[in-house]
Design a binder for this molecule. Structure first.
Ligand code: 8DG
Length: 141
């Protein structure tokens, strides 16, 4: 078996007024124009929560309250295993300023599956629906 480095990526499922924030990755980089939850790679010496606060400040210029940690999802590419670590979060600051993403949308849970998500996020969505007690199969075609 080939050993691949494990890269932890804390990400935020930001809730506000019954909606959830989805963010579209920019055109240039990896997973271009795919939708994701804001967050990013854990740096040396950081806790998952510290990483999440730093990334949300860098990417959206917001402060957050961090709630429940959902199950992790692993995705292998050629060189590494990406481990998504989702946290249910809320905003504690008002204004969002995008610095990296193409766009963001606030969507109801039912609308979320219709975006073109990064592959691993399909599993994150499923776990989030289970957490909310929403039956995904009742509305996803
Ligand atoms: N933040 C975030 N990253 C995700 C999600 N789903 C998913 O596959 N990823 C991947 C994309 C990136 O490869 C990695 C997060 O790294 P990053 O946010 O620092 O993005 P990046 O473009 O600098 O990363 P890279 O692929 O160029 O190394 O995890 C998600 O929902 N949120």
């Amino acid at each position: 078996m080939i050993f691949k480095p494990l890269v932890k990526v804390p990400c935020a499922i930001l809730e506000r007024g019954g909606k959830v924030l989805a963010a579209q990755r920019s055109e240039g980089g990896s997973l271009a124009l795919k939708w994701e939850f804001p967050g990013g790679k854990l740096e040396e010496g950081e806790t998952e929560e510290e990483c999440l606060r730093r990334e949300l400040q860098e990417e959206l210029s917001v402060e957050i309250a961090i709630g429940d940690r959902l199950p992790v999802t692993d995705r292998d590419d050629d060189t590494r295993t990406i481990r998504l670590v989702p946290f249910v979060c809320s905003l504690t600051s008002d204004t969002i300023v995008l610095t990296e993403h193409e766009q963001i949308l606030w969507l109801t849970p039912e609308e979320l599956p219709y975006l073109d998500w990064a592959e691993a996020d399909r599993y994150v969505l499923r776990d989030y629906f289970a957490y909310k007690g929403i039956d995904m199969d009742s509305f996803v075609p």
